[in-house]
Design a binder for this molecule. Structure first.
Ligand code: ADE
Length: 254
């Protein structure tokens, strides 16, 4: 996976790229990140990337020429790639999006800054992406999240110890509860089923827990999750048991 990042802060990325999963992916040749200084694509003495907004108002707007010229120059260097503008106005990223993009050969990330980006830049990108419904100081933070979420799904990056297929969200559900030693911590015991070695029972319990947890915490995810008819019926029973006015989480998940 080749990821080009166009930014006024290339140095922002160096720390994260040099640790953990991203570093290993780069060493294995599974990830290459190229950082481009947006100011290198300006033509004036001051290397200006922003200007005051037409119509007035507070703040600055990123000028279209440096961004679009940078995108065109970067695009020309390498295989075809998807250009993604990071902006709180984009579609909100989720795991399914990351899985699709992990199949691409190349991504080009454009980091916006200041109060916004000149509207005309939108015509030159393939998509606009937000990493969540909150406002960051700049697209750099969002770009790091994208690089992390996508890279770990590139085959070979995580190795055999972690399985992205089994994890939270990949089947549309939250993760089941996890435990490690000690068996009793401050009076709280590890659920007995996990200590039996009965893998079928453990798998059943985990699936049930994932389903219950999702229903309790993120019921909005259930509409899109892949559930069997039995599981849908189970959720329906929980709903009925809960009643219209009661709180959720009465422990009836078994
Ligand atoms: N830039 C500022 N806020 C952002 C967000 N939530 N997602 C993507 N880019 C951003």
């Amino acid at each position: 996976m080749l990821i080009d990042v166009i930014t006024i802060f290339p140095e922002f990325f160096q720390g994260p790229l040099d640790v953990g999963m991203m570093q290993r992916a780069r060493e294995k040749g599974l990830l290459q990140v190229r950082l481009w200084q947006l100011r290198d694509f300006t033509r004036d003495r001051h290397r200006t990337v922003d200007d005051t907004p037409y119509g007035g108002g507070a703040g600055m707007v990123m000028k279209p020429e440096p961004l679009v010229e940078a995108l065109e120059a970067v695009r020309a260097q390498g295989p075809p790639g998807r250009a993604i503008l990071l902006t709180p106005q984009g579609r909100v990223m989720d795991q399914a999006w990351a899985q699709e993009r992990a199949k691409e050969e190349r991504l080009i990330l454009l980091c916006g800054r200041y109060e916004g980006v000149d509207e005309r830049v939108r015509a030159f990108v393939d998509e606009e992406l937000s990493v969540g419904d909150y406002v960051l100081t700049g697209g750099e933070y969002a770009a790091l999240i994208v690089i992390d979420a996508v890279t770990r799904l590139v085959p070979g990056v995580l190795g055999s110890s972690a399985s992205p297929v089994e994890e939270s969200f990949s089947d549309g559900l939250l993760e089941y509860p996890q435990y490690t030693r000690p068996p009793v911590f401050r009076g709280m015991e590890v659920p007995q089923v996990l200590t039996t070695g009965n893998h079928q029972e453990i798998a059943r319990w985990r699936r049930r827990q994932a389903l219950y947890r999702t229903w309790q915490r993120r019921p909005d995810l259930l509409a899109q999750a892949s559930l069997t008819p039995e599981e849908r019926a189970l959720v329906e029973r929980w709903r009925e048991a809960q009643g219209p006015s009661q709180e959720k989480g009465n422990g009836s998940e078994g």
